[in-house]
Design a binder for this molecule. Structure first.
Ligand code: GDP
Ligand code: PEP
Ligand code: MN
Length: 660
């Protein structure tokens, strides 16, 4: 493996192309359009693509950052097959990805073990006024609702990082659309990056290529600058050939400039800037300004095969709490058909008929690998068999992948090499997992066999129900329904969940995660709440019903999950859909409506479930919960908390007092 990677399309010089490739596997990018324009930039000589054909605003943005970052080469991504061949060639040559021969066009990337998840503490939003970004915490507490930085400090931080950061490397210019091209709800971004891994992943996760530039014309776009922060020649060796600079990592959002600048990390959540950075943080700001919602939500279609009636549901769970699984679930109730619109992000807007319509702004899935299996998520297993980039999973001696959860699906005699390189890894003998807990697959949505026919509908799909949920080992029932929109907004605001490996937090602490958006709010959470509440105060809107679910309650002798989850979650969706049809199957409790006796369809469940344990509302638990929410709202949201929300909390406290 090379100690230094070239990161550059200088590989096009024939002398550096391995003989194997020259013979018959030679990629046809050798004929790629090239122009040498020494006059344009004194340090950047080779340009792949037609620089002068870029729309003016794009060209200026690129020029400015080429001067700043000083790449050797510029590559304007066209989204073609030929280009993808080039990318995979570069990535293999640099030892960043490796082919997985068991599947069709699948690749394994292993990162520096210090660059495996989103870094929330290094993620900032910069605005003139701090209060535009975060509520002022009380008692000098640190805000948990986002990190703010002043524009001056931000300029300093960026200046410490970006000048010359791409020396020796290629700057890729990625034109991409979040949302189907041409949809009134879609938005265009331009990402500049020095990582071919990011380009290959953005190609899966977004709609990218030359046609985006044609659609953009000379309009504005979200500016996305990304660098791994390791110019060449390297001054210290890389781990796993994965360039990154964890000590200097910074994920910066500058909404007033419509700009994102991410430095030092190649991990998807920090580097695929269309996703969390643009579609959620910048998106939520745009939504607030323009009257729509950018949410951390999956979108699914659920059709009753008997009646033919179909509904769409959006659901917000924190990272690694079950969005991808629910979005692709195989229902165990045979009269339902589930289709997938999206697994992570929903952009939603009320249309002129007052219906809430949602699009999935993405074009791929960046899913958590561990736990995914033919038993839990067969649809994902089928989706990832081709054209997929796996990151930080284990590999098998027959050229495939492995992770925790696949124990029963691996063939006899096949050996496992862990993500950290432990050869012949065995569960019984190892004290570390085969795959990183936040290892991921990055795979095209169009390969998912249950994509909804309307998943790319430019108008979006009409949403009938919104679900909030989290990992709650105790106290929180399997499902409950809000009394109304305002109470539902309160339920979203009060969400808590056990932390997971998706970010840097120590796992297994219960954290507040309102709307599953805590790491993704682009603006003041108090204003966000007011925005949500405002829809309840408008006339003529068909407000979706709001629910809360918890697949993760534990109990019994082994303190194991009380609910089988996955495909069995269809039983909960069934109840939700029937509630949307106003069936009389709900019973009022202190926290909301729960299923009336016998109204949850448990027919054919393999193992009996303990409904009492799943639905009990322990008084002490709920008193503590209310106190924790009071404290959180008081310290964290402080003066920005809408009175309606504190009113809902007081009412909940009162009901717990009198009813539990
Ligand atoms: N017990 C249980 N685990 C689940 C369920 N749904 C998802 N998971 C697990 O939770 C982890 C994260 O799930 P995923 O759907 O990728 O979450 P996302 O990050 O929100 O999309 C995986 O390890 C899943 O196997 C469920 O219904 N029950
Ligand atoms: C990309 C991510 O998404 P999620 O875990 O919500 O699927 C992430 O958290 O890094
Ligand atoms: Mn997911």
């Amino acid at each position: 493996m090379p100690e230094t990677d070239s990161g550059s399309i200088k590989v096009m010089e024939e002398s550096r192309i391995p003989a194997r490739l020259l013979k018959n596997e030679r990629p046809n990018f050798i004929t790629a359009p090239l122009s040498t324009t020494p006059a344009l930039f004194d340090h950047t000589r080779v340009i792949y693509g037609d620089f002068n054909a870029l729309p003016n605003k794009v060209r200026h943005y690129v020029e400015e950052n080429v001067r700043l970052c000083k790449p050797d080469t510029i590559h304007i991504c066209d989204g073609s097959e030929r280009e993808n061949e080039l990318l995979t060639y570069i990535l293999q040559k640099d030892g960043i990805i490796k082919k997985l021969p068991k599947y069709n066009n699948c690749w394994l990337a292993k990162t520096d073990p210090a660059d495996v998840a989103r870094v929330e503490r290094l993620t900032y939003i910069s605005s003139d006024l701090q209060r535009d970004t975060v509520p002022m915490p009380k008692y000098g507490a640190k805000s948990q609702l986002g990190n703010w930085m002043s524009p001056d400090d931000m300029d300093n931080e960026l200046n410490m990082r970006f000048p010359d950061c791409m020396k020796g490397r290629t700057m890729f210019i990625i034109p991409f659309s979040m949302g189907p091209l041409g949809s009134p709800m879609s938005k265009i971004g331009i990402q500049l990056t020095d990582s071919a891994y990011v380009v290959a992943s953005m190609r899966i996760m977004t709609r990218m290529g030359t046609n985006i530039l044609q659609a953009l014309k000379d309009d504005n776009f979200v500016k996305c600058l990304h660098s791994v922060g390791r110019p060449l020649p390297l001054t210290s060796p890389l781990h796993n050939n994965w360039p990154c600079y964890p000590k200097m990592t910074l994920v910066a959002h500058l909404p007033e400039r419509n700009e994102i600048c991410s430095f030092g990390s190649g991990y998807g959540g920090n580097s695929l800037l269309g996703k969390k950075c643009f579609a959620l943080r910048i998106g939520s700001i745009l939504g607030h300004r323009e009257g729509w919602l950018a949410e951390h939500m999956l979108i699914l279609g659920i059709e009753n095969k008997t009646t033919g009636v179909k509904k769409y549901i959006a659901a917000a769970f924190p990272s690694a709490c079950g969005k991808t699984n629910l979005a692709m679930m195989t229902p165990t109730l045979s009269n339902y058909k589930i289709t997938c619109v999206g697994d992570d992000i929903a952009w939603m807007r009320f249309d002129d008929k007052g219906r809430l319509r949602a699009i999935n702004p993405e074009a791929g899935f960046f899913g958590v690998a561990p736990g995914t299996s033919m038993k839990t998520n067969p649809i994902a297993m089928q989706t990832i068999k081709a054209n997929t980039i796996f990151t930080n999973v284990a590999e098998t001696s027959d050229g495939g992948v492995f992770w925790e959860g696949l124990e029963k699906e691996i063939e006899q005699g096949v050996k496992i090499k862990s993500w950290l390189g432990d050869e012949d890894w065995k569960k019984e003998e190892s004290d570390r997992p085969a795959a990183h807990a936040n290892s991921r697959f990055c795979t095209p949505a169009e390969q998912c066999p249950i994509m909804d026919p309307a998943w790319e509908d430019p108008q979006g799909v009409p949403i009938d129900a919104i679900i909030f949920g989290g990992r709650r080992p105790t106290g929180v029932p399997l499902v409950y329904e809000s009394f109304n929109w305002q109470h539902g907004v309160f339920i979203g605001a009060s969400m808590r969940s056990e932390s997971t490996a998706a970010a840097e937090h120590v796992a297994k602490q219960i954290m507040h995660d309102p709307f599953a958006m805590r790491p993704f709010f682009g603006y003041n959470f108090g204003d966000y709440l007011k925005h949500w509440l405002s829809f309840g105060q408008k006339d003529g809107l068909v407000l979706p019903k709001i629910f809360h679910v918890n697949w993760f309650r534990k109990g019994g002798p082994n303190n194991s999950f009380l609910w089988p989850g996955f495909g069995e979650n269809a039983r909960v969706l069934d109840w939700i859909v029937r509630r949307c049809n106003n069936e009389d199957i709900a019973k009022k409790t202190a926290i909301g409506y729960v299923p009336k006796f016998d109204s949850l369809n448990l027919e054919g469940l393999e193992e009996p479930v303990d409904l009492d344990a799943l639905f009990s509302l322990p008084r002490e638990f709920w008193e503590n919960e209310v106190n924790a929410i009071y404290k959180y709202f008081d310290e964290q949201v402080n003066d920005d908390l809408p009175k309606e929300i504190i009113g809902e909390l007081k009412n909940l406290e009162q009901r717990i007092h009198t009813e539990l």
